[in-house]
Design a protein around this ligand. Sequence first.
Ligand code: ATP
Ligand code: MG
Length: 416
Amino acid sequence: MIQKPKGTKDILPSDSYKWAYVEEKAKEILENYGFKEIRVPVFENTELFERGVGDTTDVVQKEMYTFLDKGNRSITLRPEGTAGAVRAYIENGMASLPSPIKMWYMMPMYRYENVQKGRYREFRQIGAEIIGTASYKADVELICMADQIIKKFNIPGVTLNINSIGCPVCRKKYQEALKAFIGSNIEKYCDTCKTRFEKNPMRILDCKEKKCKELNQGAPVILDYLCEECSTHFENVKKALEKLGINYVVDSGIVRGLDYYTKTVFEFVSETEGYTVLAGGRYDGLVEELGGQKTEAIGFAMGEDRLIDIFEKYNETNDVKMRVPDLYIASIGKLAEEYAQDLALKLRKNGIYVEADICERSMKASLKYADKTGSKFLIVIGEDEVNNKNAKIKNMATGEEKEVELNIDEIISKLK
Ligand code: ATP
Ligand code: MG
């Protein structure tokens, strides 16, 4: 038997309704904040991610699905959504549209990861980007929206951690201090950290290796090095969140895994599961880095697979259920079968979920199947019922039976 590749999953009909629910509710919130959907290619030119995500990041150095296509171009399956969204923004001249641009996406992403709980090679993200504003108010609005999305799904034990990682100006001073701290021990760090020391020492703080984490204890924190502008920006964000009643914890350890971040960064962490469900931050330099005009922006991405895993745990008894038929029509004899088919078709055109036999089942087997589908109502028709245009409709939950005239309006009114 051919099996699915490691790190991928099948979302089966018995589960897909939960995904549809989460996506529908998330979409409602995103659209209420004025975000519009963007869809970008599954694959891009590799250079986009090398430049956009950063060539000293884990994603680019270790996790990308990169290959040469038949025309010898280097192609990469998108590992994240922001680079593609920003490329599309620049390439399609969206800078000339009324600003800011607010966009959302729900897309699968591809990373060659160590597969474990909450960490897959194909996974889905729900993301949002605001492009074209430097104001702290955009940070606040985006974090509020993320908070609302997380709260919508009744997940307990989620903490909002925030930090500021400054701008290139304050980061320059900070990186010097960081290099001075790490430098004396650099031989003890992992090989990846060694390669990052010169080019991007802040990446070393995000290393997941145990020994590197230990060596990083006591490292200088960026918050002590923020320039005045970055510091004011961060204070404004915190004050506004407090005013809006959104609880947060300042975690000076957040540096984020992608190079493009500046100023505000944040993560919604599930304490019970021990992983991040939603993460984001400001990326004021990315549009320019990818060839556009200098344009400030901020965004987040939520790990939908992780959200669903937690959602399932805590929402077993709520009303998110797989849809069951409103009505099953069982029929005996050729005339009734044809009649049932026609009736089913008409009811479906009126928005009713109807099942009728398409397996040539016996009446007994049909009734058994109707029961298994969890159908709410049952109508059994034979030749008499067709001729009299009258049948019995049974409420499957209570067992109660009523007479019903076999016309669409009558049936629909009985279903309600
Ligand atoms: P981590 O530190 O967990 O590797 P990251 O910094 O790589 O996260 P981002 O690139 O910011 O994550 O992605 C945003 C969110 O997408 C994460 O917080 C997580 O919920 C989800 N995510 C990231 N990688 C995976 C994966 N391999 N499988 C499932 N979900 C993922
Ligand atoms: Mg990662």
